[in-house]
Design a protein. Structure first.
Lengths: 141, 476
């Protein structure tokens, strides 16, 4: 069981990082989704997976049987899945909005918030880019 | 109950914002912010008189239940969060462009609630959940503007901090798998024992990596100036004043008290030196007011990391003092930046000027905050820096001290750049004639007075912080 988990986690991490390094916005979001699966599996694997003894305390005893699976990581991972899912949904909508506004899905072309190219002297041609863009307040009204 | 109310109240207000609008909305939010201030002060009073408070859910014994915990440090931090949120709330209400957008209020309350809960959480998973809520709230604040700049900044911030939280989650999973505990006090005992100490130091390093990413430490700070750029002025004050400082507080807890390894402190110290210098050099290079202040955040969290790296009660006292001072000063400076934008029409220093003849009071407030940021007596920044640098000398870390002093000098350089360009030189075009609402002046004056009082009478606060035990947290 551990061997399977380790294989799956390492495949998830590898492919997640590979996708993250891409320049395409949806691949990046997918990469984050795959990575979050890997992180969830890491949490899950901390709880003695593979045990077939139910995580129920027998009547009359005070603790779980020695080789029972620990229920706590499962509870943790459930919380983490819910949070990860919500964030993934948000990220997909955000990515769609960004693609709509920018007109392409290449993240390297998103330079709205980056500093302008260094100007040789203040006030010369190099200083346009971000400083001339509509500022926050104008945009939102 | 006094531990729960400070974050239940903002959450409730945040939900309430869905149902009301107009004057009722601003009224409820204002009332809630001031009630929060009272509640947190009550918590501080309780902690100061009876010692630390702990609350464990579901009647479980301590290392197993979900624990919330407040000692002097976290209670003071919570009061400051409430203070900054009240100040920002007054700003928001007096500014029409913000006050007619209910979503800002809902997200802002959510951010305040999560920031307070992070400061009070006493186990790692609880901490992780509140960190995620904080991430979601900040993302919400960013995208409300809907512009290209906003969505792009939100996307970049999302991608970077998501990687951070995933690393944090994986580290928490491994820590639980290795030792079976997540509670701070249980972990600090396990870290000190020989059996589990080594494996914990490995996973704890991974946890610290995630925290350092949230802090904006070198080389993981590139997201910070790019993301803060897109926030409207009052939100910038809230996020810029609180977000990274909360992460520094978590670092103080984890590296200073829970997983107290010499190796971490050494690494943190050198990282702090690079972070300080790269942040302040970035600030010296840029011309955009928001970008300069954002890079200053990077350099100041570097300074705070240096204090954490010293890993002694004196270092922790200095760090805590500097942390509190920095929250106030940074919030005030971002509010001033918002005012500068309103009056002079731009954030770019090359395109503005003439603020000194136009707005004298604003100039005085800026001067005070800027001097405090640089660390000139008699302002609050001086004592924080003095405490930390004195401790570096007494630990014979001369290189670290030298880096901190050079950083201070370069901070003076970029602050005088703002002074000369924004306030002294005449405005290149025709300056606007906007009158700043009195309420905004009042809250900025309030922050300035607190900064000044902290600088003139630092004794009580330093004494209070020195009485903190700086021992492992929790009640085990």
């Amino acid at each position: 069981m551990s061997l399977i988990l380790i294989t799956v986690i390492s495949i998830c991490v590898t492919s997640g990082i590979l996708l993250l390094l891409s320049r395409d916005i949806f691949r990046i979001v997918m990469g984050l989704a795959v990575l979050s699966t890997a992180a969830n599996l890491v949490v899950f694997s901390g709880g003695r997976p593979g045990s077939l003894v139910p995580a129920v305390i027998e009547q009359g005893s005070q603790a779980l049987a020695a080789d029972a699976a620990s229920p706590l990581p499962q509870a943790l991972v459930l919380t983490a899945i819910v949070i990860g899912f919500a964030l993934l949904c948000f990220a997909l909508i955000l990515a769609a909005a960004v693609v709509n506004q920018q007109g392409n899905s290449d993240v390297a072309s998103y330079q709205e918030n980056e500093p302008p190219a260094p100007a040789s002297t203040p006030g010369s041609a190099g200083e346009k880019a971000s400083s001339d863009k509509p500022s926050v307040m104008e945009v939102e009204s | 109950m006094s531990l729960l109310l400070p974050f239940l109240l903002p959450i409730a207000t945040s939900l309430l914002n869905v149902f009301v609008k107009g004057r009722l909305l601003t009224g409820i939010n204002l009332a809630s912010s001031f009630a929060l201030l009272v509640l947190t002060m009550q918590l501080l009073f309780e902690v100061a008189t009876t010692g630390s408070i702990s609350l464990v859910f579901g009647n479980w014994p301590v290392p197993y239940g979900i624990e919330f915990y407040a000692d002097g440090l976290s209670a003071l931090l919570v009061v400051l969060i409430a203070l900054v949120s009240a100040v920002v709330m007054v700003f928001m209400v007096s500014w029409e462009k913000i006050s007619n957008k209910p979503a800002y209020f809902a997200m802002m309350q959510c951010l305040v609630a999560s920031a307070i809960a992070v400061s009070l959480a006493a186990d790692l998973f609880n901490l992780y959940v509140w960190f995620e809520l904080m991430l979601i709230a900040v993302l919400g604040l960013m995208v409300i503007g809907k512009g290209r700049q906003q969505t792009e900044a939100a996307l970049k911030y999302f991608a970077v901090s998501m990687v951070g939280t995933l690393i944090m989650l994986a580290a928490i999973g491994m820590i639980h798998g290795a030792v079976g505990h997540l509670n701070f006090s249980a972990l600090s005992q396990l870290a000190a024992s020989d059996d589990t100490g080594n494996s914990l130091s490995l996973y704890g390093g991974m946890l610290l990596l995630a925290v350092l990413l949230k802090i904006g430490a070198f080389p993981l700070f590139a997201w910070l100036p790019a993301a803060y750029h897109a926030l409207p002025a009052p939100m910038l004050a809230l996020v810029g004043g609180l977000l990274t400082k909360i992460a520094v507080y978590v670092l103080m807890r984890i590296s200073g008290q829970v997983l107290d390894y010499q190796l971490y402190h050494e690494a943190l110290g050198w990282l702090a030196v690079i972070t300080m210098l790269s942040g302040v050099l970035g600030a010296a290079y840029h011309w955009d007011l928001r970008r300069i202040l954002s890079f200053h955040i990077v350099s100041q969290v570097g300074f705070l990391m240096l204090g954490v790296a010293l890993a002694s009660p004196a270092g922790m006292t200095g760090t805590a003092f500097f942390l509190f001072h920095n929250i106030l000063v940074k919030a005030n400076l971002f509010l001033i930046a918002g005012m500068v934008w309103m009056t002079a029409g731009h954030y770019d220093l090359r395109k503005i000027g003439g603020l000194y003849p136009a707005k004298q009071l604003l100039t005085i407030i800026f001067l005070l905050s800027a001097l405090s940021l640089v660390g000139v007596p008699p302002t609050s920044g001086f004592w924080g820096k003095l405490l930390i640098i004195m401790e570096t000398f007494s630990q014979e870390r001369y290189l670290w001290a030298a880096a901190a002093l050079v950083t201070g000098m370069l901070t003076l350089y970029s602050m005088s750049k703002i002074w000369v360009e924004g306030f002294w030189k005449p405005h290149p075009d025709e300056p606007g004639t906007i009158t700043i609402p009195v309420s905004i002046y009042l809250v900025m004056l309030l922050l300035s007075v607190i900064i000044l009082v902290m600088g003139l009478v630092p004794g009580p606060l330093i004494d209070f912080l020195q009485q903190q035990q700086w021992q492992p947290v929790g009640v085990l």
